[in-house]
Design a protein around this ligand. Structure first.
Ligand SMILES: Cc1cc2nc3c(=O)[nH]c(=O)nc-3n(C[C@H](O)[C@H](O)[C@H](O)COP(=O)(O)O)c2cc1C
Length: 397
């Protein structure tokens, strides 16, 4: 039986959380209600306890907690956290890691999918601070079911009303299904740049931050996959639960990928691997006094091509960072390297691609199909990409 933690904050739409709770129960889920202390001033926790059959959690320091550290123990037990309604205050706290009540502390301990349904006055929803908080949470992979436009309890009319409880339950159930959609599948993801040594202190590299590959790995983990992440040098915190293989050069990346790909069913190559390396890197630091050196470059191993030649049936996804003629370049790469899908993005556009939290892509498949995404956070793009990979990989099986 899937287990859901349902958090609810002190919005006027709190009464609808009862319908949401009942919806999840009807669908066969176990529901652990959590109210913020302010929500418990608007309604009695007893109402939620009676509907769920479990004691509603309100206080972090409740001496009657069944567990020693309830927020940590519960975070491990659940399959999904739904927060509906979420106030502007809850969004601000979650976006900034403030943990001053049970719900916000619990959120930090949860490594499972999180669905948030905000509800507030229209001006509060439009406030730049709230917009910023929502964007930050989305960038971290939190899913939102946006408020609807309509008559609000405060008398205003506009976006801010809690989404329909049935739609929230449906979104939660679909997230639960998705959370298991890659269970038992071995997935290899590459991320980040490579560094090609010129001498012991200098190297050739590129502007990849690794954010896209890390987002792809994090989403695969959220779907229950066994994930190996081969990463070039990045300053990013690796997603919890992945096997991390750190590499520096293109040659190390190639060796790690060809080794780990033997057991992988799906390979997503988001790393920006150097095409050329320095033919003979200097053993000692090159002295300025010796004048500008002429660097002789040599091609690196073409990992995707090498992978295509290896035995075994794998679903392989490549990335193409282009700076013009996006589709033509990507389609040529798709064909030349026998890929199943290619994600093409124009890295010359300001504010997207390299090092940005945003990306826009055209996803091309081997049968000639293509899907163009809007500008999305890298987490959202990773989600779209996995939806597409899963539907294409199912056909290939
Ligand atoms: C009757 C009532 C209704 C409220 N409705 C909302 C709401 O829909 N959305 C919101 O963000 N804040 C709303 N507020 C304000 C929040 O309750 C307030 O910001 C509170 O500090 C949030 O605490 P919490 O997030 O810990 O529950 C409401 C307050 C009251 C008294």
């Amino acid at each position: 039986m899937p287990k859901i933690a349902l958090g609810a904050a002190s919005s006027v739409s709190l009464y609808k959380a009862c319908q949401i709770l009942r919806g999840f129960k009807k669908a066969g889920c176990e529901v652990q209600p959590i109210l913020t202390p302010n929500a418990a001033r608007l309604v009695s926790p007893l109402l939620f306890s009676s509907l769920s059959g479990r004691k509603t959690i309100v206080e972090t320091f409740d001496p009657d907690h069944e567990w020693s550290v309830a927020h940590v123990a519960l975070a491990k037990e659940i399959d999904l956290l739904v927060i509906a309604p979420a106030t502007a205050n809850v969004l601000a706290k979650l976006a900034n890691g403030i943990a001053d009540d049970f719900l916000s502390t619990f959120y930090l301990a949860v490594e499972k999918p999180v669905l948030i349904a905000p509800a507030m006055n229209e001006a509060m929803w439009r406030h730049p601070q709230t917009r910023d908080n929502v964007s930050r949470l989305k960038a971290r992979g939190v899913e939102f079911i946006e408020p609807e436009a309509g008559y609000l309890a405060c008398g205003d009319s506009g976006p801010g009303r809690l989404a329909d409880p049935e739609a929230i339950v449906a979104a939660g159930l679909s997230l639960l299904r998705r959370a298991r959609s890659l269970a038992g599948r071995r997935i290899l993801v590459t991320a980040g740049p490579t560094r090609e040594a010129i001498d012991p202190v200098r190297f050739l590299s590129n502007r990849s931050s690794g954010k896209m590959g890390f987002a792809v790995a994090a989403e695969a983990l959220r779907r229950g996959g066994d994930v190996i992440l081969v990463s070039g040098p990045t300053g990013l915190e690796p997603p919890a639960g992945a096997e991390i293989v750190r590499v520096t050069s293109a040659a190390e990346m190639a060796a790690a990928v060809l080794d780990k790909a033997r057991s992988a069913e799906i390979v997503v190559m988001a790393a920006a691997v150097a095409d050329f390396t320095v033919a003979r890197p200097a053993k000692a630091k090159i002295k300025k006094s010796a004048g500008a050196p002429a660097l002789k470059l040599a091609p690196t191993v073409d990992i995707l091509k090498a992978l295509a030649g290896r035995p075994g049936r794998r679903f392989v996804v490549g990335f193409a960072a282009e700076t013009g003629s996006l589709r033509a370049g990507a389609r040529a790469k798709l064909k030349a390297k026998s890929l199943d899908l290619i994600v093409a993005n124009d890295v010359a556009v300001e504010g997207r691609g390299f090092d940005s939290d945003l990306n826009q892509a055209v996803i091309l498949d081997a049968a000639g199909g293509e899907i163009e995404t809007p500008v999305l956070t890298k987490s959202e793009l990773a989600r779209r990409l996995w939806d597409i990979i899963e539907s294409h990989a199912a056909k290939k099986r």
